[in-house]
Design a binder for this molecule. Structure first.
Ligand code: MN
Length: 636
């Protein structure tokens, strides 16, 4: 027999008594050694002593005085076969009763099985696995421990009385050895544990290192080709791969993922793409049927940036989950938001609490130096075309779809039509967009159809407000039922058209048009006075519709700008010519206003030729006058 017992050198005179752990088998016994046991049956010819859950022996003696339930130390005298089983014969030990002895625990001697090697072939077999606890759930039946080693993840059920938390001393992150039987539970391999014990320190460190290395390797995304040929995307590849790896790592690490995105068609497209990549991985990595709800959250942000109102809500929930449910802090993923100076307040806020964050955005991030913008000081991974000499024509939806395919290549076919919807929604035009449109057209989406989807997404999102509308958006983006998609598009388009018409009826007669010497046509509208309030389309969108209608009359290649304002805000839309030929950048004009009229508290931004501006009401005239002067003075 292969036991460590003999190698033990006592350093005092007390006799040594071994205590078998509950899972020990007959093979773990050593003849001639003393063991502690409990008397379980008394007969005229002797009594039975239980040494572990399944090992017991008989001590023959006439008319024993011992009682059931007594603790006793016995010597193993002989182990011999009897009727196809092994019998253990015991004799009295010198120590017998009392506590004046040294005990040594005997662990069951089974070779460790790696989790990846567990299969349905092992069902019913006893195994030993070692790993790190990544989640503990108390069900109405057993306590379920999710355990990971360097090869895979499995689930361990510890049974006692239903609903009673087993091993209350164990916590997430503890490294343990589990002895138990391999079983099958709703189609997944599970261990029914006999014993869970923490590992010794050196074993623990060793295993932790192995696990960390393995996760790092597993999180590394495969090399995948982008959907389109693009120099900008290739330049962004290292950042995108790092973002994909960080997201995959969070999934493997049992961290939740919190996605925040802009609430327009582009932002929602980005959020949905990442959601469709992450959820299957979450389902695979967890036996928690609700994993996709517990470990993934997606919410739209109403402002075109990550604002304090959002971050305080997210932080409060994260810190509460950490304290109440022992959850790790989430990974924050901002899509179509997060790159600009306006995001600094919220992101520096979350950084204080050690929240790791990823930003995938195409909004102008301010000056870029050595591939870094201001926000890079506050986020862990920043993907933005401006960092590599690109611009906002490559939409966040496109970037996020490409990222989603890196995270989970299986979703490629399902989501490849989505960047085209984002591009139409954001009025983007570039060679990548042409290629995305081509992909979508092969999937049955022509330009009109894409426009309908983008419009209906915007329409629905106006009414969803702070909800993510997962089920509805899946249908609108064609990710589920195509018949339902067609029906829903019809219903929403009809409603949207009606409401846009109502707004245009009020707005169009009140548009004033000016022609400047530099060739620019400026359309002005008081959108607060000449549009219906608190309804769809809101002032920003209404301005867009007015602008599009005026551009249709003159042609997209003309320098046309529309400036609609309320008492303390303005919305700006302009044709691409004004950016390309006149070097107009809304964000720069806002900076200039901030410098020259500081008391106006001007703020805002967006893309070069589409965005908004806020200011204090009392300085409306000064701000708008300066803005118009800037446009007047632009040179081709
Ligand atoms: Mn966008």
């Amino acid at each position: 027999m292969k036991n460590k017992q003999n190698t033990y050198q006592p350093n005092n005179k007390k006799p040594i008594v071994y205590v078998l752990s509950p899972s020990c088998q007959i093979e773990d016994l050593e003849i001639g050694s003393d063991y502690e046991g409990v008397i379980t049956r008394v007969e005229k010819y002797g009594f039975f002593v239980s040494l572990s859950k399944s090992v017991y022996g008989l001590l023959r003696t006439r008319n024993p005085k011992e009682k059931v339930g007594d603790k006793i130390v016995v010597k193993v005298a002989e182990i011999k076969p009897h009727k196809g089983k092994m019998d253990v014969d015991l004799t009295y030990s010198k120590t017998r009763y009392g506590n004046n002895y040294e005990t040594i625990k005997v662990k069951r001697n089974i070779k460790r099985t790696k989790i990846a090697d567990l299969s349905s072939d092992n069902i019913g077999r006893n195994v030993a696995i070692q790993g790190e606890i990544i989640q503990i759930q108390q069900t109405s039946g057993p306590t379920i421990f999710t355990v990971r080693d360097e090869t895979d993840v499995t689930w361990v059920a510890a049974f006692n009385e239903p609903g009673v938390r087993m091993y209350p001393e164990l916590e997430v992150d503890d490294v343990v050895e589990i002895l138990g039987e391999v079983s099958l539970h709703s189609g997944k391999i599970q261990i029914e544990s006999e014993l869970i014990e923490e590992l010794e320190d050196d074993e623990k460190d060793n295993l932790k290192n192995l696990i960390a290395d393995a996760i790092d390797k597993k999180a590394q995304p495969e090399h995948v080709e982008f959907l389109v040929e693009s120099e900008i995307l290739e330049k962004l590849r290292p950042k995108m791969e790092l973002a994909a790896k960080t997201i995959r790592k969070a999934i493997l690490d049992g961290r939740s993922i919190l996605v925040r995105h802009h609430w327009d068609a582009d932002g929602i497209c980005a959020g949905l793409a990442v959601e469709h990549a992450v959820l299957p991985l979450l389902r695979e990595e967890s036996n928690d049927a609700d994993a996709e709800w517990h470990f993934f959250k997606r919410s739209p942000s109403k402002a075109p940036f990550y604002e304090l109102e959002d971050v305080v809500k997210d932080l409060s929930f994260a810190l509460e989950d950490q304290e109440r449910h022992g959850q790790k802090l989430p990974l924050l993923v901002l899509l179509d938001n997060g790159s600009t100076e306006e995001d600094v307040a919220a992101l520096s806020h979350s950084k204080v609490f050690g929240i790791e964050s990823i930003v995938v955005d195409h909004h102008y991030p301010g000056e870029v130096e050595n591939g870094r913008a201001l926000i890079d000081n506050y986020v862990d991974v920043h993907v933005n075309p401006y960092l590599v000499d690109g611009d906002s024509q490559l939409t966040a939806g496109a970037l996020a779809v490409e990222l989603a395919i890196m995270i989970n290549p299986d979703v490629r076919e399902k989501i490849k039509h989505m960047p085209a919807i984002a591009a139409i929604g954001d009025h983007a035009e570039c060679s990548e967009v042409d290629q995305y449109l081509e992909i979508a057209s092969k999937e049955g989406y022509d330009r009109d159809e894409l426009d309908r989807v983008a419009t209906c997404v915007d329409f629905e999102s106006y009414f969803l407000r702070f909800m993510n509308g997962r089920g509805i958006m899946n249908v609108l983006f064609g990710l589920e039922d195509n018949k339902k998609q067609a029906d829903l598009l019809d219903v929403l388009m009809n409603e949207s058209d009606k409401r846009v018409e109502t707004q245009l009826k009020a707005a169009m007669p009140n548009v004033e048009t000016f022609y400047f010497d530099n060739g620019i046509q400026l359309n002005r509208l008081d959108v607060e006075k000449y549009a219906h309030k608190f309804t769809y389309p809101a002032p920003g969108k209404t301005t867009g519709y007015v602008h599009d209608k005026l551009v249709q009359e003159k042609g997209e290649d003309q320098p046309i700008m529309t400036l609609a304002n309320g008492p303390d805000f303005a919305v700006i839309r302009a044709t691409e010519v004004i950016k390309n030929d006149f070097e107009f950048n809304l964000n720069n004009v806002i900076t200039k206003i901030q410098e020259e009229i500081p008391q106006a508290g001007a703020d805002g931004g967006g893309h070069e030729v589409a965005g908004s501006l806020k200011f204090v009401e009392g300085l409306q005239k000064e701000v708008l006058t300066m803005f118009i002067e800037e446009v007047k003075n632009l040179k081709r």
